[in-house]
Design a binder for this molecule. Structure first.
Ligand code: ASP
Length: 341
């Protein structure tokens, strides 16, 4: 049987064309995609399109839109072998992270891609990104199972686990990096899959959709000179349930009592504070220095080598499930979708 692929166009640069008269970038009707990329006709696949109207610039992304994407995938899950989600690059790593936690038990490929240059531009990177993403979404193992049954990002010849990625470059074609997990595949003349790092779901895995998200979360970057008043106010905010604390190095933070006391009060008030390093690569290790040990004593949990994008999305999904603070803390420290080494 021919592979059946659904392309979901949410928005972003990839779906833009330059208006020849005004010079402005405008979204085009994705149903006409084959006119822009005639190579798509060469695929021996059944390819359908779904288009978000209006298309979303991904800097306008919201949890409600993640729910729409997850709904589109889950309601068509049995009908398609793979999904290609076209998305702006700006928040693609957040969306990929959120979907990886919302689509529990996923056993089919969900490949996100986009481009730095619009598909209508002569030097566009969108053409290669889209064509290879489709090929990956349709790829099967010799015994007929999907080759990459997880949420991933394909960009500039690299396939990454979605919840390990970060947008690292606003200029170059290779916009994404996965600092703490190797690429799942590299595309050259052939697509070479890194099978040992690709998640393999157990046979008969069932998709469980988590479609309630709680966005009462916050990411806070520490810096030398941050004011005690600010820390106290932020950690006391009643409307915040989870805080991603972007610490220094291997998870270190000020050791002064105003800081530790604010953290302890927040934890005692049922807020979940998660320690994520500001370093791009490497892991939080809270037992290494005295400052890290004091954070743990104040109730802070280690995010180890999780990205900020994954930590924010994971908090939203876990709180959305109605779990209590202790259970959220417990699950934040373990991998639930391959987001922690
Ligand atoms: N602002 C655009 C977006 O993220 C940029 C892009 O698509 O690369 O939607």
């Amino acid at each position: 049987m021919k592979p059946r692929i659904l392309i979901i166009y949410t928005g972003g640069t990839i779906g833009m064309m330059k208006n020849a008269e005004t010079g402005a970038l405008e979204p085009f009707d994705f149903n006409g995609i084959r006119e822009h990329i005639p190579e798509l006709r060469l695929f021996d696949y059944d390819i359908d399109n779904y288009q978000f109207r209006p298309p979303i610039d991904s800097s306008d992304m919201t949890p409600d839109l993640w729910v729409s994407m997850a709904d589109i995938i889950s309601t068509r899950y049995d009908h398609y072998d793979g999904f290609v989600l076209l998305h702006g690059t700006d928040t693609m790593a957040f969306t990929a992270s959120a979907l990886s936690f919302m689509l529990e038990g996923l056993a089919k490929p969900v490949v996100l891609t986009g481009s730095q240059l619009p598909i209508g531009a002569m030097r566009t990177d969108g053409r290669e990104n889209l064509i290879t993403a489709i090929e990956i979404a349709a790829a099967r193992t010799q015994d007929g199972r999907p080759r990459v049954p997880e949420v991933c990002i394909y960009f500039a010849s690299h396939l990454y686990r979605g919840n390990r990625t970060t947008k690292e470059n606003a200029e170059k074609f290779n916009a994404f990096a996965s600092y703490n997990y190797p690429p799942l595949a590299r595309a050259g003349i052939n697509i070479n899959y890194n099978d040992t790092f690709i998640h393999q779901p157990p046979a008969n895995e069932r998709l469980i959709l988590h479609r309630t998200l709680d966005n009462r979360v916050l990411a806070l970057t520490l810096f030398p000179g941050i004011r005690p008043q600010l820390i106290e106010n932020v950690f006391r905010m009643p409307d915040i349930r989870g805080i991603v604390l972007r610490t220094f190095g291997s998870g270190n933070a000020p050791s002064k009592s105003w800081f530790i006391d604010a953290l302890r009060s927040a934890s005692e008030a049922g807020k979940v504070v998660i320690n994520i390093t500001q370093c791009q690569s490497g892991s939080v290790e809270m037992g290494l220095y005295q400052t890290g040990i004091r954070l743990r004593e104040a109730g802070v949990v280690s995010g180890r080598d999780m990205t900020v994008e994954a930590a924010v999305a994971k908090l939203m999904v876990l709180f959305g499930q109605g779990l209590d603070a202790d259970e959220v803390r417990r699950r934040m420290e373990i991998a639930i979708a391959g987001e922690i080494s």
